[in-house]
Ligand binder design. Structure first.
Ligand code: SF4
Ligand code: SF4
Length: 237
């Protein structure tokens, strides 16, 4: 059966019209940044203060793209007679993102919460060697890690927050006690001082009178007698 003349054109126009009415899905990146979900796997951030160099992440990484170097340090005993301890000190922590397959195993296995996903993805390089992010760069990514979601209202308070609040309450109580003691001391000092304009004990009110003003360059008036005035007995000479 031969096709109806012009049916192809009608079909094409129908497709065009149908597509025109649909919502566009074109992303205008980089002019408009994409709205990424909070758990996006963009890049891995290292919170090195939490890292104990246990090497679990490097061992479990399927691509062997985590490089860790460390050395041991001896920590002196905390108290006399105690035992010295040794601890690992991190020298190098690097992730080669040209090999990483973003599986997230390293983050899952880290027992000390030292690795986190950041949604940042704009770190393409023209040189593949630049995709090995060293410790400082991995630390910088931590600033882009989103805050964890809020706890369920009925959830138990995390022990870290409880401990921090206990310490803050203790400090606040200590500061309040010190402020109260300072206020008591100030009030006592004020009570011991004479009030302004009031004579101190053993001082007469006359002593506290301000001195009379005298013109500049003149002596203060004395009890000098006035000019000689003849008395009635003396009479004029
Ligand atoms: S995400 Fe996977 S591949 Fe990438 S560093 Fe971690 S464990 Fe290795
Ligand atoms: S698993 Fe965590 S604590 Fe252990 S070396 Fe890796 S990042 Fe550090």
């Amino acid at each position: 059966m031969s096709p109806i003349p012009g049916s192809g054109l009608a079909k094409g126009l129908a497709v065009t019209l149908r597509t025109m009415t649909r919502k566009t899905v074109t992303a205008q990146y980089p002019d408009v940044q994409p709205d990424l979900p909070p758990r996006t796997r963009g890049v891995i951030g290292l919170f090195e203060e939490n890292c104990t160099v246990c090497m679990l992440c490097a061992r479990e990484c399927p691509d062997w793209c985590i490089y860790i170097d460390s050395h041991k340090e001896t920590v002196p005993a905390a108290a006399p007679g105690g035992r010295e301890r040794s601890r690992n000190v991190l020298d190098r922590f690097a992730i080669d993102f040209s090999l990483c397959m973003y599986c997230g195993i390293c983050i899952e296995v880290c027992p000390f919460d030292a690795l986190f996903w950041s949604p940042e993805f704009e770190y393409a390089e023209t040189d593949i060697r630049e995709l090995t992010h060293e410790r400082d760069k991995l630390r910088e990514w931590m600033w882009t890690v989103p805050a964890p979601p809020a706890l369920d209202p009925a959830a138990e308070e995390p022990k870290e927050i409880a401990a921090a609040r206990k310490a803050a309450d203790k400090l606040a109580a200590q500061a309040a006690t010190e402020a109260e003691a300072a206020a008591d001391a100030a009030a006592q000092a004020t009570a011991e001082q004479p009030a302004a304009g009031q004579p101190a004990a053993g001082q007469s009110a006359q002593d506290t009178r301000p001195a009379q003003d005298t013109p500049a360059g003149q002596d203060a008036p004395t009890d000098r007698p006035g000019p000689d005035v003849p008395t009635a007995e003396e009479g004029p000479a």
